[in-house]
Design a protein. Structure first.
Length: 585
C-alpha cells in the first residue's frame, strides 16, 4: 500500500512543483517590473538603484518562466506533462466573448490561452523595460501598463490558470490515494473479521478448558474420605466411564444419607427437641452410639456457652437460625471448643438441624498466636517505652517529639575494667545482671522514671519525658531518690556477692530535650540535648558512692529530706560550675 501510494505522490508532485514554482517566478517578474517603474519615477519601495542588475534578473526570470511552463505543458526527461492541461486551458477561456471586440485589458486577456499569456508576459515586460526606461527622462511614464501587468500577472496567470491547476492537481492526488485506500480497507476489514472469529473461537475453547480444570481442582482439594464415597468417582477410578447408571444412582436417597453420615462436621436432626438422626461424627464427638431418642438440651447440658442468651436462642423456635460457641468440659482436649449452629427450622414438623464444628485447633492456634504476640510486646516494651510500642507495631517510622524539661542520670561502676579482668565471664555477667535488675526494679517503682539503655557498665535513665504536665520538682526528687536507692542496691549486692564494687551517680535536669525512636529492624529509644551531656559530666566528675548533682537539681530539692553538701566549683566541658553531693538524712 505504501509503495503504490508513494508512486502516486512521486508521479504527481512534479506537477505541483511546476505550478508553484511557475507562480513564484511570475510574481517575481511582476515585482521586478514594479521595481523598475518605482525606480524610474523615484518612488522606490525597495532599496536598490542598480537598474542593470534588475534587468538582468528579469531576463533570468523570463527564461525560468518559459522552462517551467514548457515542463508543465509538455513534460521533461523524467516527468510527464500535466494530465489535464487542455481542460485547464478550456476553463481559463470560459470568460472569453469571441463574438465581440475586446475593449479592456481584462477582456483581451480573457481570450488568451496559457501559451499566449506566457508569450505576452515576456513581451509585456520587455516593452516596459525597453521603452519606458529609455523614454522616462524625456516623456512621462505610462502608468496604465502597471494596471495591465496587474491583470495579466495577478489575475489571469495566477488566479485563473495556476491556482486552478494547483487545485486540480491536489484533487487528483487525493482521488488517487483514496481509491487505493478502498482496496486495502476492504482487505483490512476482512482480516479483522477473521481475527475476531478466531479470538472468539480461542476464548470459547479456553473457557471450556478452564471449567474442566476448576472441576478437577475441586476434586483434588476435596476430602479423600468423602470423595471415595461418590459412586461416580469410584466408577472412574475403576475404569468404568459409562454415565447412564452412575448418574441415576447419584440422586437416590441412599447416596445423600451416606454423604451426610460421612461429613466431618456433626449433623444432628431433632423433632420436638428429640434427636431423630445423628451422623458418625456426632457419635465420635459425644462417645455415644445411642444418641437417637435423647433430648437435645440434655446433650448440650455439659457445655459452657459464651453467652446464656445465645444458648437460649439456639432452642428458640421463633428464631430461624442461631449460633453459639461453647466449651465441652467432658471431652478430650482436642474436642473442647465447639461451634453449634441451628441451620434450619421447619414449623410444620417442628424439625431442627444442628451442625457442630470442632474449632479446638483454631482456638489453640489463636491462643498460641496471642501468647507469642504477648511475648513480642513484652520484649519490645523492655526495649522501648510502653507508650511507644503500639506506634512502632503499627509501622510508624518517624517517631520523635520534644519535651520542655526532664531529669537525666548516669550510673557508672568505678574501676570496672580491672575488676572485669580479674573475674570470669560468668561472675561478671551475673553481677551486672543483678545490678541492672535491681536498678530496673527501682525505676518501675518511681513515677515518670524510665531506663533508656545500658552501655557496658553504664546505666542511663531519665524522669519526665512522658509526663503530660511538666513538673520539674517531682522529676528532680524522683531521680535523686533513684540515685540514692541505687547506691543502697550496690551495697546489698556487695554483701551478697562478697564484692567491693562502687558506683558514681551523676544527675542533671534541664531542657528542651529531643526524644525519638531510632532504627527500624532494631529500634532503640534515644534522647538528645545539652542536658544529657551535662548529666554525663556530672557522672564523670562524681564521687564514688555519692549522688553528684548540678545546681539546677540542688535548687529543686533544697529543703527536702536530703543531706546536701556543697562540693564547690569544678571544671567540666561546659565550663566551671558549682555542684553538690546528696545523701540520705
Amino acid at each position: 500500500m505504501y509503495i503504490s501510494q508513494g508512486q502516486i505522490i512521486d508521479e504527481n508532485c512534479q506537477h505541483v512543483d511546476n505550478l508553484m514554482t511557475l507562480g513564484s517566478f511570475i510574481n517575481l517578474l511582476f515585482l521586478f517590473t514594479n521595481e523598475i517603474y518605482s525606480t524610474v519615477m523615484k518612488r522606490q519601495f525597495l532599496i536598490t538603484n542598480n537598474l542593470k542588475l534588475t534587468i538582468t534578473n528579469i531576463n533570468r526570470v523570463i527564461d525560468n518562466v518559459t522552462d517551467y511552463y514548457t515542463a508543465l505543458r509538455f513534460g521533461y526527461d523524467l516527468g510527464k506533462p500535466f494530465p489535464d492541461f487542455q481542460g485547464l486551458m478550456k476553463v481559463a477561456l470560459e470568460r472569453c466573448h469571441r463574438g465581440e471586440m475586446p475593449k479592456t485589458y481584462l477582456e483581451t486577456f480573457n481570450c488568451m490561452d496559457g501559451d499566449q499569456l506566457i508569450k505576452y508576459a515576456s513581451h509585456f515586460v520587455h516593452s516596459c523595460v525597453d521603452i519606458d526606461v529609455n523614454v522616462a527622462p524625456i516623456f512621462p511614464i505610462n502608468t496604465n501598463r502597471l494596471e495591465a501587468g496587474n491583470i495579466l500577472f495577478v489575475y489571469r496567470l495566477n488566479d485563473e490558470v495556476l491556482f486552478r491547476g494547483t487545485k486540480a492537481s491536489r484533487t487528483s492526488i487525493d482521488d488517487l490515494l483514496h481509491s487505493s485506500y478502498q482496496v486495502y480497507l476492504s482487505s483490512i476489514i476482512v482480516l479483522l473479521i477473521v481475527i475476531s472469529f478466531l479470538y472468539m473461537f480461542v476464548f470459547i475453547i479456553c473457557s471450556k478448558i478452564e471449567k474442566k480444570l476448576k472441576f478437577t481442582l475441586k476434586l483434588l482439594l476435596s476430602s479423600a474420605k468423602t470423595a471415595i464415597q461418590n459412586s461416580f468417582v469410584l466408577s472412574v477410578l475403576s475404569g468404568h466411564f459409562a454415565r447412564s447408571s452412575v448418574d441415576s444412582s447419584m440422586r437416590d436417597d441412599a447416596f445423600y444419607d451416606n454423604l451426610v453420615d460421612n461429613l466431618p462436621n456433626v449433623i444432628i436432626v431433632t423433632q420436638n427437641s428429640k434427636i431423630i438422626s445423628a451422623n458418625k461424627a456426632a457419635n465420635e464427638l459425644f462417645n455415644d452410639d445411642k444418641l437417637v431418642g435423647q433430648t437435645i438440651s440434655d446433650l448440650f447440658s455439659s457445655f459452657s456457652p459464651e453467652s446464656e442468651a445465645k444458648m437460649k436462642n439456639l432452642f428458640d423456635t421463633t428464631v430461624k437460625t442461631a449460633m453459639v460457641n461453647v466449651r465441652n468440659n467432658n471431652n478430650t482436649t482436642d474436642k473442647q471448643y465447639l461451634q453449634i449452629t441451628r441451620l434450619s427450622h421447619v414449623n410444620n414438623d417442628n424439625i431442627s438441624v444442628f451442625r457442630i464444628t470442632n474449632n479446638t485447633q483454631i482456638y489453640l492456634y489463636n491462643k498460641l498466636i496471642l501468647e507469642e504476640r504477648s511475648k513480642s510486646d513484652k520484649l519490645l516494651s523492655s526495649i522501648l517505652p510502653s507508650s511507644l510500642v503500639p506506634r512502632v507495631q503499627s509501622g510508624e517510622t518517624n517517631i520523635s517529639f520534644s519535651v520542655p524539661t526532664c531529669a537525666v542520670s548516669f550510673i557508672d561502676i568505678v574501676e570496672f575494667t580491672p575488676w572485669c579482668s580479674s573475674n570470669s565471664a560468668q561472675v561478671v555477667t551475673g553481677v551486672l545482671n543483678d545490678i541492672f535488675s535491681n536498678f530496673d526494679a527501682i525505676v518501675k517503682e518511681l513515677q515518670y522514671m524510665e531506663r533508656i539503655k545500658c552501655i557496658g557498665d553504664c546505666y542511663m535513665s531519665y524522669c519526665g519525658v512522658f509526663s503530660d504536665v511538666p513538673n520539674a520538682l517531682t522529676f528532680a526528687r524522683n531521680i535523686v531518690d533513684f540515685g540514692l536507692r541505687a547506691i543502697d542496691a550496690i551495697k546489698n549486692i556487695n554483701e551478697t556477692r562478697e564484692t567491693n564494687l562502687r558506683v558514681r551517680v551523676g544527675i542533671h535536669i534541664g531542657g528542651p530535650v529531643v526524644a525519638g525512636v531510632i532504627g527500624v529492624g532494631k529500634p532503640t529509644f534515644e534522647i538528645f540535648g545539652p542536658s544529657i551531656s551535662f548529666a554525663q559530666q556530672m557522672e564523670h566528675s562524681g564521687v564514688p558512692m555519692r549522688v553528684h548533682v548540678s545546681r539546677a537539681i540542688y535548687e529543686l530539692i533544697y529543703g527536702g529530706n536530703y543531706k546536701i553538701e556543697e562540693r564547690g566549683e569544678i571544671q567540666i566541658k561546659q565550663g566551671k560550675v558549682v555542684t553538690y553531693l546528696v545523701d540520705k538524712i
